[in-house]
Design a binder for this molecule. Structure first.
Ligand code: AMP
Ligand code: ZN
Length: 466
């Protein structure tokens, strides 16, 4: 495996080398569930999904943790306005988030911890920071004193000469002009939901949440941490200060940041009102795979300009892939034999190499997608010329399925029904009786490709799922 990824920490390409051989540990900042996600947010989550899938395709076990921010200034404001509890306020948005991920064929992470369920861990981390001299208290709130952490600014490369030492910022989100001591714990305001702590009633800041949850589930040092570029400062800069301040050790090896999705040259943002939700988009074109394909058509470190024309082009591309998959699938299930008429093994290998080279080059999904079309064109031409048999088509099919395990745009193969398997076993027994071993093998291989393994024993043939 030689996967190069662009590390924001150091601004250079680095080859991934997991701390624990064979196992990649990944933390992906999750949504703030105060609203329905917009497609800019979703582009970042699809980028993380493709990272996850490519790590798996490269033979690694992946442990991915994504937090759900279910308490922050905006959530408290929203819940107060509606007169409901935090849980009641965030539940529908959390549900909508998972529905969107499912529609975009995003594989679930191993864990989705909620901030409100991890407050004790955050308090412990703040206490550790206190014992190491990184914090101070003011009116029931606790702040991180950035002057105590000489590495502060190493990720975002902010100009620390502008930092007004000793000044502090209580908001979770702020701009570079506000390089200041930031809140780890915020004193409760009257009527707000709060938790008991050594500093009195209050609630955690946003940044401490991700340090506490990532270290709890992935260890104090892990491989990859991701988000969009707006997370670099202050969120991830602060996470490094908190985590490395507490352990005295490096926190994360690789920091990956996705560029923004934009509309009319501007960042799509809830605050600007220039956003589409996935429902808005699907209302105009009901094809979630096309949305996913569009996201991947621009490498994650480039801005993606969302237009309806680009979505139309993505839908056409997905349709071409689907049509080819159906055609190849039909031939694969036929009895056609054309041994040697087309060098499918060489062509498939050439495609696999081009696809992997794109993905290994800092997840260049545009290049990987680009390699697919000449391959499908050649396979289609070979079918037109009658030069492909069922065996060759099966190889083309598994090659396409392998690429789609990363791209994720083909419909999931329908579940194989037991009655269908029994019928196939009977057909195979009949073939063996008439000594048509080629056909018997074909049936076994086809079932194997669909995840069904056959075992011949004295009592007949039994099957199980792989
Ligand atoms: P939020 O729910 O606001 O915490 O955002 C969830 C994720 O989406 C974060 O990683 C943000 O950095 C990211 N994000 C926000 N706006 C955009 C955008 N226009 N394009 C891509 N990612 C975005
Ligand atoms: Zn985070």
């Amino acid at each position: 495996m030689s996967l190069s990824l662009h590390n924001t920490l150091g601004r250079r390409l680095e080859v991934l080398s997991p701390l624990e051989p064979g196992h990649a540990r990944l933390y992906t900042c999750g949504p703030t569930v105060y609203n329905v996600a917009h497609i800019g947010n979703l582009r970042t989550f699809v980028f993380e999904d493709v990272l996850r899938r490519h790590l798996q395709a490269s033979g690694l076990r992946v442990t991915q943790v994504m937090n759900l921010t279910d308490v922050d200034d905006k959530i408290i404001r929203g819940a107060t306005e509606k007169g409901v509890s935090l849980e009641e306020f965030t539940a529908p948005y959390t549900e909508a988030f998972f529905k969107d991920l499912k529609r975009l064929n995003v594989e679930p992470a191993e864990r989705y911890p909620k901030a409100t369920e991890q407050v004790p861990e955050m308090i412990t981390l703040i206490e550790t920071l206190g014992s190491r001299g990184h914090t101070y208290e003011s009116e029931g709130s606790v702040y991180f004193r950035i002057a105590t952490f000489p590495d502060y600014g190493k990720l975002s490369r902010i100009d620390l000469s502008q930092a007004r030492r000793g000044e502090r910022v209580a908001d979770d989100e702020y701009e570079k002009e506000d390089v200041k001591d930031f809140a780890l714990w915020k004193a409760a305001k009257p009527g707000e939901r709060s938790w008991a702590s050594p500093w009195g009633e209050g609630r955690p800041g946003w940044h401490i949440e991700c340090s506490a949850m990532s270290m709890k589930y992935l260890g104090s040092r892990f491989d990859i941490h991701t988000g969009a570029v707006d997370n670099i400062f202050p969120h991830h800069e602060n996470e490094i200060a908190q985590s490395e301040g507490a352990t005295g050790e490096p926190f994360v090896n690789l920091w990956l940041h996705a560029e923004h999705l934009i509309v009319d040259g501007e960042k799509m943002a809830k605050s600007k009102g220039n956003f589409f939700t996935l429902d808005d988009v699907l209302g105009r074109r009901d094809d979630p795979a096309a949305v996913r394909y569009l996201f991947l058509s621009v490498p994650y470190r480039k801005k993606l300009n969302f237009t309806w024309e680009a979505l139309g082009a993505a839908a056409a591309a997905v349709e071409r892939i689907r049509a080819a998959a159906v055609r190849i699938g039909e031939l694969a299930a036929s009895g056609a034999e054309k041994p040697g008429a087309y060098p499918i093994e060489e062509r498939s290998e050439e495609f696999r190499r081009a696809f992997d080279a794109g993905m290994d080059d800092d997840l260049n999904t545009a290049e990987a997608q680009g390699a697919l079309f000449p391959y499908l064109r050649d396979v289609n031409a070979a079918i037109d010329a009658g030069a492909l048999g069922a065996k060759e088509a099966r190889l083309a099919r598994s090659t396409l399925e392998r690429a789609d395990r990363v791209l994720g745009v083909l419909p999931v193969a329908p579940e194989v029904l037991p009655s269908e398997i029994e019928a196939q076993i009977e057909a195979r027994n009949a073939a063996r009786k008439r000594r048509d071993f080629a056909e018997a093998d074909r049936i076994r291989t086809e079932l194997a490709e669909r995840g069904i393994v056959l075992e011949d024993g004295p009592g007949g043939t039994r099957w199980k799922r792989k």
